[in-house]
Structure formats: C-alpha cells, structure tokens
Design a protein around this ligand. Sequence first.
Ligand code: NAD
Ligand code: FES
Length: 292
Amino acid sequence: MFKILEARELAANIYLMVVEARRVAKKCQPGQFIIVRMDEEGERIPLTICDYSREDGTVTIVFQTVGAGTMKMAGLKAGDSFHDFVGPLGCPSEFVNEPQEELGKKKMLFVAGGVGAAPVYPQVKWLKERGIEADVIVGAKTKDLLILEKEMEAVAGNLYVTTDDGSYGRSGMVTQTIKDLVAEGKRYDVCVAIGPMIMMKFVCKMTEELGIPTIVSLNPIMVDGTGMCGACRVTVGGEVKFACVDGPEFDGHKVDFDQAMKRQQMYKTAEGRAALKQQEGDAHHGGCGQCG
Ligand code: NAD
Ligand code: FES
C-alpha cells in the first residue's frame, strides 16, 4: 500500500497528492509517469510525476477529475492509501542524458497549458538544480485555474503567465505569448510544450514556422503502461509508436495530432473501440481488454 501524506485541491477539480512511494522516488526522472490503482479492482490511472523527493521517499502527483476513477480518487485524504503505485514508467526527458555543458548553452522555452504545468515543473526544477535557467510560459483558461505559479516562479529563469480571458497576467493563449516573446527579440534553441493535445498541436505549428525544435509529452489513453496493450498508439514521423514505452515525449513536429485526437475520441465508445481494433490489426495488440 502507498500512503497519501498530503492531499489538497489546487483549483476547481485539480488535486495534488504527496504519496509515500520510496522505490519510485529513488529512480524517477523528469518526463516519466506512474500508474495508480485505488484498489484491486480499480481502474488503472496514468499520471505524470509533478515532483519527487529521494530523501523523503515521496512522489507528488497532480490530476484533474475527468471520469469516475479520478472523481473517486479526489475523495481520498491524507492517511488513505493507493493499492498500486507503479513506476517510474516511460522514458525520461531527453535532456536528462545530454552533457551538462552542451545543455547549459541552450536557450530553452517551456510551455505549460493548464494541468500540463504539473509535468513541466520537475523538468524546469531539474535544470535549475544544475544551474540552467529556462523561460517558462504557463497558460490557464482563467486566473482561478492557474496552478503551481509560486513553485514555477522559484525554478524558472523568466516566468510568463497568461490567461485566455485576460483575468491574470498576459491575455490570450500560450501561442500568443510565444509569438510576442520572439517578436520582442527572444531566441530559443528548443521548446518543450505540455498540455492539452490541441494546445500542443498549435504550439508545434507555430514553432515549426519559427524554426524552433519542439518536444511534446503525449497522454493518449493508456491501460497497461508497459507496451503490451496497444491503447496508447500514436503516429510519429509516419511510424507507429506507443507513448508508454517509446515516449511519452516525442518530436512535436513529427506527431500526427489530428489522428491522436480522433483516436482519443474513438476510444470513448464501444463502437469506436471495435473500429480501432479492426483498423489497427496486429499493431493494436488487442490485449487492452477494452476492445472486445
Ligand atoms: P485548458 O483547456 O485549460 O488549456 C490550457 C491552455 O492551453 C490554455 O489556457 C491555452 O493557453 C492553451 N490552449 C488551449 N487550446 C489552445 C489552442 N487551440 N491553441 C493554442 N493554445 C491553446 O487545459 P486543461 O483543461 O488543463 O487541459 C486538460 C487536458 O490536458 C486534458 O485532456 C489532459 O489529459 C491534458 N493533459 C495533458 C498532459 C500531458 O502530459 N500532455 C498533462 C496534463 C494534462
Ligand atoms: Fe501503452 Fe498499453 S498503454 S501499450
């Protein structure tokens, strides 16, 4: 069992939990994720890692309530436990393995949309701990939905907050701020964009025009998280990839976002899942237990 040490609501329907998970905390790296289950029969819920402490043996997760599983999870309090807390899963962010000297020369821009601020935070923190300061744009629909602002401020070189409705910080979507910063003379060697699929699609469209290589973190439907079921299939550079083992981070300019978004919608209905199984044949694996 994995004990919850802290549980609080960060914004409407967005929750933070600090969980005692020593083995995961010892090994996890920025970019990776975990899968939780509340009980033996529970749904497997993949979540990106927001923070970790190797000393305390804790992992911090942030999640938004989107379905029955996450709604039930939101009811857990400090002192309750998860039945499973599996990880770290997926590949760490590529920059973790880059020579520090080379990395230090790069001007990096992180773009976090909504709950995407959670997986961006450990990446920027990891860089800061090594003396590398990155610029960060955090976008939220409104001021009330903005999360982790103080935490991000503490690790970012420059932090640009933007709200779609202009209720706080700059006004407009994250793409507007990217455009403004470049127009103001900022130059970036790499961009890391994490947030809703539609945001990552439009950030990539813009950075492609601006000539900025861009990494995105994909969060398609996942079931086993170990490459067995085929649920998290995506197309990158014309090749089939599985986000849980080949990603979750990919070259954003090569991702087929339209297909990924369509697939995400199809997975929601039994009819859609049956169609996917038929269309994807062997590459779907069929072992997800969802497709009949
Ligand atoms: P949201 O809808 O509030 O959007 C966040 C920000 O993204 C907006 O404020 C805006 O700046 C930007 N954005 C949205 N649409 C855009 C567009 N068309 N063009 C340019 N910018 C745009 O975000 P949310 O409600 O927090 O998003 C929830 C979604 O994010 C869920 O589907 C969740 O699964 C996903 N998510 C993804 C990851 C990941 O690892 N990729 C992590 C957490 C959450
Ligand atoms: Fe990736 Fe099953 S979740 S293959």
